[in-house]
Ligand binder design. Structure first.
Ligand code: MF3
Ligand code: CO
Length: 256
């Protein structure tokens, strides 16, 4: 079911999303080579709780038999890891890495969701371009996030932009509606046909999240049941914000 948020609910969405933005502000300051992804997770959890929020990914149940509940505040996916990398004391961030972080804050019953890819020190021009294109793909998509347009218009814009830049979008995972639930309808693929899917309406809150691979689009899942990696070993980046559909331009709720 696609939920339309009331004025009051939009205020609560704004606040949950602000927590996510503040968490990224903190992570951006602290992320350094030599740190473990577990340390990053601790920083994020502390920040969220200090702002009266709960890390919503912690304990998240994907609903597949045998897959444990997600154990952490952050997903931290380094280089060829696409999404859902589990923080660990043994995973150390190095100079030259790209580190994709995805997190969700739950505050007063509402969820805010965003992802960023951080560049650690010096990387090649081509790696920097991957990270830039992934972010830009989100902005290309939300140009169409207006009443009257359809979800497919957003999906199509993202997919075509990424393709035009010589990269691939991940097909098995997608953006989503968000509100009281982390994942609500509609699903928002990062590719598709313009003119298809539900019509956008003011009061919808959506998490739009291009996941981009430098090489082929194929992915693999590791034995931990969570971590997704690229099949060809090429790099992957992720960028996501929660947005609000308004009468005019969309509002990006997870940017301060
Ligand atoms: N935040 C992710 C999303 O964008 C969900 C991650 S799954 C979890 O939809 F288990 F880590 F929560
Ligand atoms: Co999301």
């Amino acid at each position: 079911m696609v939920t339309i948020k009331s004025k009051r609910e939009i205020e609560l969405m704004r606040e949950a999303c602000r927590v996510v933005a503040l968490t990224y502000e903190e992570l951006e300051k602290k992320i350094k080579p030599g740190m473990s992804t577990w340390e990053l997770d601790q920083i994020a959890e502390k920040k969220m709780r200090s702002l009266g929020a709960i890390p919503a990914e912690k304990g998240y149940d994907i609903g597949i038999k045998g897959v444990p509940k997600y154990p952490a505040t952050l997903c931290v996916s380094i280089n060829d890891e696409v999404i859902h990398g589990i923080p660990s004391k043994n995973k150390i961030i190095k100079e030259g890495d790209i580190v994709s972080i995805d997190t969700v804050a739950l505050k007063d019953g509402f969820n805010g969701d965003a992802a960023r890819t951080f560049i650690i020190g010096n990387v090649s021009k081509e790696t920097k371009r991957l990270v830039d294109v992934t972010k830009q793909a989100f902005f290309e998509g939300i140009k169409y996030a207006k009443p009257g347009n359809r979800i497919g218009d957003v999906s199509h814009a993202i997919g075509e932009y990424v393709r035009s830049q010589g990269y691939s979008v991940v097909r098995e995972f997608q953006g989503h509606g968000i509100g009281r639930e982390m994942h609500e309808d509609p699903g928002i693929p990062n590719y598709g046909k313009a003119g298809r899917g539900i019509r956008l309406e003011p009061g919808m809150t959506l998490a739009i999240e291009p996941m981009v691979i430098q090489g082929k689009p194929n992915i693999l899942e590791l034995d931990d049941g969570w971590t997704i990696i690229t099949e060809d070993g090429s790099l992957s980046a992720h960028y996501e914000n929660t947005i609000l559909i308004t009468e005019k331009e969309p509002e990006i709720l997870t940017i301060l």
